[in-house]
Design a protein around this ligand. Structure first.
Ligand code: SAM
Length: 327
């Protein structure tokens, strides 16, 4: 849908149409600022709020049906009639919280060996809305149709896992859930939910359904997301006797400055050195990485666990976390 829509926007810019007027002043925005996604997200939020004229009829996220020609006409009409409303969100960075990535992170937790299976303190950097701090409250099925996670969860991610079978952890007890982000989103507010929904593509109905289901789960299970940068958050972490401290993250490492990555890595090593059998420490992440310097980037799930410090690639995934193939 966006491929068709944005191609029409590009033609409209070349033809000097309303898209060019709305985007005036942004001609030199750098590519990674994702201006097209800002525009699409701004319009989508107007659709979700019911402030977009005829456009909702073409947006599957609100029950409409995408039709390229009529959809473009309604999009163009909105840009012509409400350019200031559309411009309101052009300067804000797109923000997402992909619930599918909980499949990769939670599955990674099930690779923690018995010896380290203590009550879990779950700590996250780059949490966005902190939805994945509730990963144990979601449901997952593997390729054999077995169900994992919370058996009563209203959210079930079908076909989440392939490959090697994981080890159930029936006594898993998450005793602390704490996230952090430079721009945390409060998913218990309508504004926070609108923000995260607006940047999901309107015809990706599976992603939208799991996001909305996760919002409901988050209401019932609060988790704080602190407004702080990842480096300061990790600097202040300490291990606690009688618990497994898990520091996890997904698709956020690329946004860190090199010096902050190095500082976080150094602090993680320090925490690892302080770990013991009564206070193990796990660093678990889903990030785009190369297995070797010449290899292509892949979304890899990696676990490093102390006191041994053993580091393993557990499997590979995709950008949105479903499916993950365990090795
Ligand atoms: C692509 S989102 C991923 C969010 C979430 N981890 C997920 O997988 O859905 C990246 C997140 O990293 C946050 N972020 C970027 N730089 C950061 C930093 N230096 N410290 C903390 N969070 C940061 C952004 O605000 C954003 O919420």
């Amino acid at each position: 849908m966006y491929a068709a829509l944005l191609a029409r926007c590009a033609e409209d810019i070349d033809a000097g149409g309303v898209t060019r007027d709305v985007l005036a002043g942004h001609e030199d925005d750098p590519g990674p600022s994702a201006l097209a996604l800002r525009l699409a997200g701004s319009v989508h939020r107007l659709v979700l709020e019911g402030r977009a004229g005829e456009l909702p009829s073409y947006y599957p996220s609100v029950g409409g049906r995408w039709e390229p020609e009529a959809g473009w006409r309604a999009f163009e009409a909105l840009l012509g009639e409400a350019p200031d409303l559309v411009r309101e969100w052009l300067d804000r960075p797109p923000q997402t919280n992909e619930v599918g990535r909980a499949g990769a992170l939670f599955g990674g937790l099930l690779r923690v060996p018995d010896a380290a299976r203590l009550p879990v303190r779950l700590l996250e950097i780059g949490s966005s809305g902190g939805l994945n701090l509730r990963a144990d409250l979601f449901g997952y099925t593997d390729e054999a149709g077995r169900r994992w996670g919370d058996p009563r969860s209203p959210l079930v991610m079908e076909g989440a896992w392939r490959g090697r079978r994981l080890d159930p952890w029936p006594e898993l007890d998450i005793v602390e859930r704490l996230g952090s982000d430079l721009s945390p989103v409060d998913v218990t507010t309508p504004e926070g939910r609108l923000l995260l929904t607006a940047y999901v593509w309107p015809d990706q109905e599976v992603r939208l359904a799991r996001l909305r289901a996760a919002f409901a789960i988050a209401e019932a299970c609060p988790a704080e997301v602190r407004r702080t940068d990842a480096r300061s958050f990790v600097d202040r972490l300490e291990l606690v006797a009688g618990t497994l401290t898990v520091l996890w993250h997904s698709v956020m490492w690329q946004y860190l400055r090199h010096e902050d990555r190095d500082a976080i890595d150094a602090r993680i090593e320090e925490l690892g050195a302080a770990a013991g059998e009564d206070r193990p420490f796990a660093h678990l992440f889903l990030e785009p990485l190369r297995r070797t310097p010449d290899a292509e980037h892949q979304f890899l799930v990696v676990l490093q666990l102390w006191p041994t410090g053993e580091r393993r690639v557990l499997g590979s995934s995709v950008g949105h976390g479903i499916p993950t193939t365990w090795e």
